[in-house]
Write a protein that binds this ligand. Structure first.
Ligand code: GRF
Length: 206
């Protein structure tokens, strides 16, 4: 079983989507080991507990990023986590954390990267006037929303969209896409060549 750790800061709907996908057998071979929030007010923490998941609150409490990330890394190791999924985790991770879990951290972002990285991606898309946007699951490296792309989904941007209406359309795709991408990574049936992540033929697993 691949043990997944999910980091959240807020609502946690992608965390719930992953947990439901695991329960429904759509991410074979995976178990959610722990959900960690850096925010005590995160609604996702309550939802995770309701789902019977192990939860941890690890607040920054004025410490340096490296110290805070070190505590998170220690908690993930204690839970023998092999894959870290960021799901609305609103803090940048330190290079030390990224190095410790290199190639084993995924994030979901509400735009078609490399367009519109950073905050308020949906508002950025509307301001720019693009006709399509979407979401991206990518490996996390030291760049902001810049790691190798695992999967993307496209949605139209409508003339009367507000950031909220576009966000809702994208979020629906996020929930489906994140589970599919995590299933691919958990299966191990992928290869990475430079920045290119490709699905490979299914291996027969005992
Ligand atoms: C999502 O739009 C995700 O793409 C972005 O932050 C939002 C988190 O939403 N990184 P939720 O907490 O998963 O509901």
């Amino acid at each position: 079983m691949k043990r997944i750790g999910i980091l959240i800061s807020g609502r946690g709907s992608n965390m719930v989507a992953l947990a439901e996908a695991v329960s429904a057998g759509r991410i074979p071979g995976a178990v959610i080991a722990v959900v960690i929030s850096d925010q005590s007010s995160a609604a996702g923490l309550v939802r995770a507990r309701e789902l019977g998941l192990e939860t941890l609150l690890i607040e920054r409490r004025g410490r340096s990023r490296v110290e805070h990330d070190g505590e998170i890394a220690a908690a993930l190791r204690a839970q023998e986590v092999e894959l870290v999924c960021l799901a609305g985790y609103m803090r940048l991770l330190s290079p030390e954390f990224i190095e410790a879990f290199r190639g084993r951290i995924l994030n979901i972002h509400p735009s078609l990267l490399p367009s519109f990285p950073g905050l308020e991606a949906q508002a950025q898309a509307i301001r720019h006037g693009v006709k399509f946007s979407g979401c991206t699951v990518h490996f996390v490296d030291e760049t902001l929303d810049g790691g190798p792309v695992v999967a993307q989904a496209v949605v139209p941007v409508l003339d009367d969209d507000t950031p909220d209406t576009l966000a809702a359309r994208i979020l629906k795709e996020e929930h489906r896409l994140y589970a599919e991408a995590v299933a691919l990574i958990v299966s191990g049936n992928y290869s990475v060549a430079g920045r290119r992540v490709s699905a490979t033929a299914q291996e027969d697993k005992e």
